[in-house]
Design a protein. Structure first.
Length: 270
């Protein structure tokens, strides 16, 4: 990948116990710039942000595995509020000063919910492939595809070809690590999270977000397409960037562009 995580202080196995009763695996990359909290998507883990990290070097980066994902505790439930409670506890645990939340897909949903409740304690909100209301044909298709899974989940299942669209832009080893992480998740967690996502409506949450926001999406996103991104941007009163020829993982396909958009946003909203 051209980026040595170890030299940047990546401690992928660091575990942090939170007031919510779970322990999260956390990567904490040092830097003097604005703290960023990077929240990954459903079935991924923190290292899914690896392609984006070179462009964000210099900032202090907090990259947790969400509950039920990666090396973090599974937790008893997987509501959006549960994920958000964990990250709010993490922010307080490290006394982060107005961190900017960056979330991809599920992480974008969690970040939007959290930004709505933390107000000016958050410095900004950046969503990658986010949405206001994930319920719809794409989510129903995911639920149907997942319903046929059994433990252990097969990494060769055709589901992953669509789920990890854009993986041709990253190294095979990186992509394989994400597939392994997804297959290591118990089927019960898959079911629990996808059922919760199907019930989400962030319309009221987005209206309460008071900090600057940036919406980044792909024109060819098969899960949350341009209409989702535009609706989210309108609700957040945010600027939107729809990247052409880009699927559901813009930070894999165009990490340099995404990092440049984030840096520009941070410069304009100190």
């Amino acid at each position: 990948m051209g980026f040595d995580l170890a030299s940047q202080g990546w401690r992928a196995n660091r575990r942090v116990s939170l007031a919510t009763g779970v322990s999260l695996s956390l990567a904490d990359l040092p830097g003097a710039g604005r703290p960023l909290v990077l929240l990954h998507g459903f079935t991924d883990h923190g290292i899914s942000y690896q392609p984006l990290l070179p462009g964000l070097s210099g900032h202090r980066l907090f990259i947790p595995d969400l509950r039920g994902h990666g090396a973090s505790d599974q937790g008893e439930s997987h509501r959006i509020a549960d994920f958000a409670d964990d990250i709010e506890s993490l922010i307080h645990r490290f006394a982060l000063d107005r961190p900017v939340l960056v979330g991809h897909s599920l992480g974008a949903i969690v970040a939007t919910d959290l930004a709505s409740r933390m107000g000016s304690s958050i410095g900004g909100l950046i969503t990658l492939a986010g949405t206001l209301r994930p319920n719809g044909p794409a989510t129903e298709h995911m639920q149907q595809a997942i319903s046929g899974f059994t433990d252990p989940i097969d990494p060769a299942d055709p589901f992953f070809a669509d789920w990890h669209a854009g993986a041709e832009k990253v190294s095979p080893a990186f992509h394989a690590s994400l597939v392994r992480a997804a297959c290591a998740m118990p089927f019960a967690v898959w079911q629990s999270v996808i059922a919760e996502v199907g019930r989400v409506d962030l319309t009221e949450c987005a209206a309460r977000v008071s900090v600057p926001a940036l919406v980044i999406g792909g024109t060819d996103d098969p899960i949350f397409g341009p209409a989702h991104h535009r609706a989210l941007a309108n609700a957040l009163r945010a600027e939107a960037h729809l990247l052409p020829d880009t699927s559901h993982n813009p930070h894999w396909q165009h990490p340099d562009i995404v990092a440049a958009l984030i840096r520009d946003f941070l410069a304009r909203h100190p």
